[in-house]
Write a protein that binds this ligand. Structure first.
Ligand code: SF4
Length: 452
């Protein structure tokens, strides 16, 4: 446990579900055995008043009851919980996995189709990876769908069809279920009083407590988890967690938060700082904000009054995605009814876009000249089509750029019409000819749709 977290854990020490305040009442630097203890984070950055925690829970839940968005997974869970239908409870799991890295508006349609097709774990366990990829196509981060299906199979075959019910077991036993997803399922589906920390929660908590240290650092993330666990409402943990995330998604948004409408603004130190132009006066935090505080913005990037509450959270600069170039070729032929068909081939079953279908493609070495690109691509196509391909016959169509999370990918798109019959080599990875309609119904990535 980091020093910061150890100190914060003491600061958030709970009693009967509320935090108690040690930070402002303990002599700095003292420990029971006389050894120097790590300095606790200043109380400015913690929730140390049980009455305030109670008030925050009440205000947030009252707002959520009135203003929450009507989302399909919430309706399903309500129905399932009311009717005690455990088979439907994976509704939360599917939604949480889909919502990782993806906006609610995009997820809704995918979610509805998914739940219609596989309403229970048993149904999902019987699906093929191909079916999963087809439904997931366009949602991105494809390993999520694959792991969801693997986990469903595990629950059915190894856990007698019973979902684990605590955050600890969910994280330990199910592939693809990390700390956040485990907390969300356990609190929303099974009522465990455990917090969650996602991007929205990080933003809200950092603003509520003026945390300006790098919010992606392990020490700050650990501190926020402790805070979320201490704040979560003991009688309505699932609603509380959803309310905190909903607040971050709809009110405490990244660029222009709606502070005046915020149900917890009276607990928000960033808001008060914006109003009054200085940190809230809190006992025992005399050195906070003037250097040395592990949770304040670094002295090199102090509070900027023009940014107001959006001074928080702060993040270390993101690593630039690596640039990559791939040559891809749209091979076309006329099918038996004269319809245009395209050759698609399946990617390996692991790695980026595992198991998805694409036009025959070849990663290119840096700095390869255009003439050489054509030659290597022609060689590659020869292997797929089983017939000689002249580099000069490849028509360059243009470039398509697609940003994956960590790769800035440029596809150099070529096309090649083929005459006559082409025998595909079954010894190679699976390949097939598809019409445009079939192409769009296949498990192809968004990048390949752009290429077409
Ligand atoms: Fe966020 Fe503003 Fe509410 Fe503070 S007052 S939690 S900054 S929306």
């Amino acid at each position: 446990m980091s020093q910061l977290r150890a100190a914060a854990a003491r600061g958030l020490r709970r009693s009967g579900g509320s935090a108690v305040p040690p930070a402002g009442q303990r002599r700095k630097g003292a420990s029971p055995r006389g050894a120097p203890a790590p300095a606790p984070p200043p109380a400015q950055h913690l929730f140390s008043d049980p009455a305030e925690i109670e008030a925050l829970r009440g205000n947030l839940l009252a707002w959520y009851d009135k203003c929450k968005r009507d989302l399909p997974w919430r309706t399903l869970v309500r129905v399932a919980l009311a009717a005690l239908i455990p088979a439907l409870l994976p509704a939360v799991w599917v939604s949480e996995i889909m919502l990782q890295q993806t906006q609610v508006a995009t997820v809704v349609d995918y979610y509805n189709r998914w739940m219609q097709k596989w309403p229970t774990l048993q149904a999902l366990a019987q699906a093929s990876l191909e079916e999963v990829n087809e439904l997931w196509a366009g949602l991105g981060y494809y390993s999520r769908g694959k792991r969801l299906q693997e986990a469903a199979r595990k629950v059915v075959s190894e856990l007698a069809g019973q979902m684990p019910r605590t955050a600890e077991d969910l994280q330990k036993l199910l592939p693809g279920v990390g700390r956040y997803t485990a907390g969300a399922i356990a609190s929303i589906s099974y009522g465990q009083a455990t917090g969650v920390v996602d991007g929205n929660v990080i933003r809200v908590l950092c603003r509520l407590r003026c945390i300006g240290a790098d919010s992606s650092s392990p020490a700050v993330i650990d501190l926020l988890w402790d805070m979320a666990n201490a704040l979560v409402d003991r009688s309505r943990p699932g609603d509380f967690n959803q309310a905190l995330m909903e607040l971050g998604a709809t009110v405490c948004v990244p660029k222009a938060p709606l502070c005046r409408e915020c149900p917890v603004k009276q607990h928000c130190r960033a808001w008060r700082r914006k109003l009054f132009g200085k940190p809230t006066p809190v006992p025992d935090v005399e050195d906070c904000g003037v250097g040395g505080c592990p949770l304040c913005p670094p002295t090199t990037e102090p509070w900027d009054s023009s940014l107001g509450v959006t001074n928080f959270p702060r993040k270390a600069a993101k690593k630039q995605p690596r640039a990559a170039r791939t040559a891809t070729c749209v091979l076309e032929r006329r099918g038996c009814h004269g319809t245009l068909e395209y050759l698609i081939v399946q990617r390996p079953s692991s790695g980026l876009l595992a198991g998805l279908w694409e036009f025959p493609s070849l990663p290119l070495a840096q700095g390869l000249q255009e003439e050489k690109q054509r030659e290597v691509l022609a060689d590659h196509l020869r292997a797929w089509t089983g017939q000689p391909v002249a580099a000069g016959g490849l028509r360059f169509v243009g470039e398509v750029v697609h940003i994956f999370s960590h790769i800035h990918q440029t596809y150099l798109v070529y096309s090649l019409p083929l005459d006559g019959d082409v025998t595909l080599d079954p010894a190679l990875s699976p390949s097939r000819w598809v019409t445009e309609e079939e192409f769009h119904a296949s498990a192809v990535s968004t990048a390949m749709k752009k290429v077409l």
